[in-house]
Design a protein around this ligand. Sequence first.
Ligand SMILES: Nc1ncnc2c1ncn2[C@@H]1O[C@H](COP(=O)(O)OP(=O)(O)O)[C@@H](O)[C@H]1O
Ligand SMILES: N[C@@H](CCC(=O)OP(=O)(O)O)C(=O)O
Length: 360
Amino acid sequence: MSHRFKKIAVKIGSNVLTRVDGTLDITRMSALVDQISQLHKKGVEIVMVSSGAVASGRSVMGISKKMDVVDQRQLFSAVGQAKLINHYYDLFREHGITVGQVLTTKENFGSRRHYLNQRNCMRIMLDNKVIPIVNENDAVSVSELMFTDNDELSGLIASMMDMEALIILSNIDGIFNGSPSNPESKVIRQIEKGQDVADFIQSTKSTFGRGGMLTKTTIARKIADEGIDVIIANGKRDGILLQLLDKKQDVVCTRFVASPAEVSSVKKWIAHSEGFAKGEIHVNENAAKALTGDKAVSLLPIGATEIVGDFEKDDIIRIIDPQGVLLGVGKVQYNSLRSRELLGKKNQKPLVHCDYLYLE
Ligand SMILES: Nc1ncnc2c1ncn2[C@@H]1O[C@H](COP(=O)(O)OP(=O)(O)O)[C@@H](O)[C@H]1O
Ligand SMILES: N[C@@H](CCC(=O)OP(=O)(O)O)C(=O)O
């Protein structure tokens, strides 16, 4: 079989791995492991992002009305993650494949050093033919430091590991152009850059899902703009992964077409770092126009009007236009003190070089 992609991230949603009663669906897990093993043996590089810890822990412990939501999530995930990874470990062992567990938090994507540490960890696993199975470390990550959901995490992983495709497996065939329960609705097969599908998305989620379809759509667009194909497909369908990767097959799914532009590794990191910005640089109308134009330009001190916050050289900062709109994020070349001294000055080195600038 000739494969569409050689390097993929596969995100498996909680509802794919759980039955209606909340227990782990080992048959489904096993079917997915069979497919991933087959692809791995054919030389496809795979990083898995698997949800299901909370759902599987919940089915072991049972819901307690006495515990608050955060306590329950911490307890369920601690118990459930152990159970989940045990199953994966055993199922892959039957195929002679070793897997490794990577539990992470949003903070680990905050500094370039942490980011590269994580990338190195997964690179070394892949180079040693070990399949990384990633999940959020739900037991220790509290609300404000959490990923929106594992769709966001899988996007970060696909981007960080320079994957060719991100496959998001949910309990639905893709994004429908209406309510999925309406028989008239059809799956949107391809979504181009700039195509807005937000109006079609209902706020409904699967029983065990966290983010819903809207977060999938937002992250999918962003990742596709970085040059990575994103596919949303039904993980409950038999043989789905093999079909998606088989060039000769045309299986129902939604595909976000990847932008042809090459995005550097550091730009990919910056693109996902808005949440870690330490300050803001406000710019004038001319600078805003230049930055959002067709050419790649750096942000020069002459175009800056105000510096907000205290930051160090190489920190991430937000760039804000005169109307207060976020234009993008960048890695700043001076600390906040020096940046303030340079405000409005001519003939200075850029505050943010275009190689370290990501525009929304
Ligand atoms: N237009 C739409 N097309 C497809 N699914 C939709 C749409 N609008 C809302 N959804 C809902 O999004 C759900 C998938 O998101 P989510 O529950 O977060 O899944 P997961 O647990 O796999 O991340 C679907 O089960 C469906 O109920
Ligand atoms: N980290 C959580 C998953 C959270 C989540 O995003 O779930 P889902 O929307 O089903 O992918 C867990 O393992 O239970």
